[in-house]
Design a protein around this ligand. Sequence first.
Ligand code: PGA
Length: 254
Amino acid sequence: MSKLIIANWKMNPPTLREASILFDAIKQTALKTRNVQTVIAPPLIFLQTLAANTKAKRVQFAAQNIHFEASGAQVGETSAGQAKDAGARYVLVGHSARRENGETDLETGKKVIAALGAKLTPVLFVGEGERDQDGLFLRTIRKQVIIALKDVPQSRIKDLVLCYEPVWAISTSGSDKQITVNEIHQMVLFVHKVLTDKFGERAARKVWILYGGSVSSDNADDIFAIPGVAGAAVGGASLDAKQFGEILQIANKT
Ligand code: PGA
């Protein structure tokens, strides 16, 4: 099985020139890693230029966010259709940074529907803010998945990707707040179970489940070896072409 690796650049780098340099460096490795689908999620304002100069199937683009409406007076927003027209094939929905800005599960769900309608692949992010001893955080994950996918018909579930990204594990490389391989494995199984309960085993099996949260060239080997992990969303480490290239190579081998 091949892997899907998403570079989530967030609001970086500062200029189109720097984005182009970073992208060209990443592309060199991405074109050679045949078992990996590389997806770059740059700031939307850079996406069109980068995408216009890239025809390789092995490197695709994602918008970091969309609005769920198709058009209208939503100042400063971008529709799914506009993101697609700019060159995106994927869109991140429900990232914790958006949820922290007030995005609700219901809005995330509307974005999933808008993305599917525009033939974009939604990458649905779910993840708990923190863990409690009683495992109540599992309810949070279940709720995030169920509400975001409540209007998705069983036949379309294969067209989306899920990313388990615990908020407490984001950008914590080098600190003692590291998630363990076991914890990731349990959560991938749990997300799969939630999908199975709602859509049935056959449909659920088709959904790729990624892990996100401080993925680096140091832990990629262990993470990609976890059964059921189909790839990763990489934030900080994707801004370093050398390190991100190493992650792509590790994904290519596992
Ligand atoms: P990180 O970010 O890899 O820097 O932890 C991941 C993300 O927020 O998608």
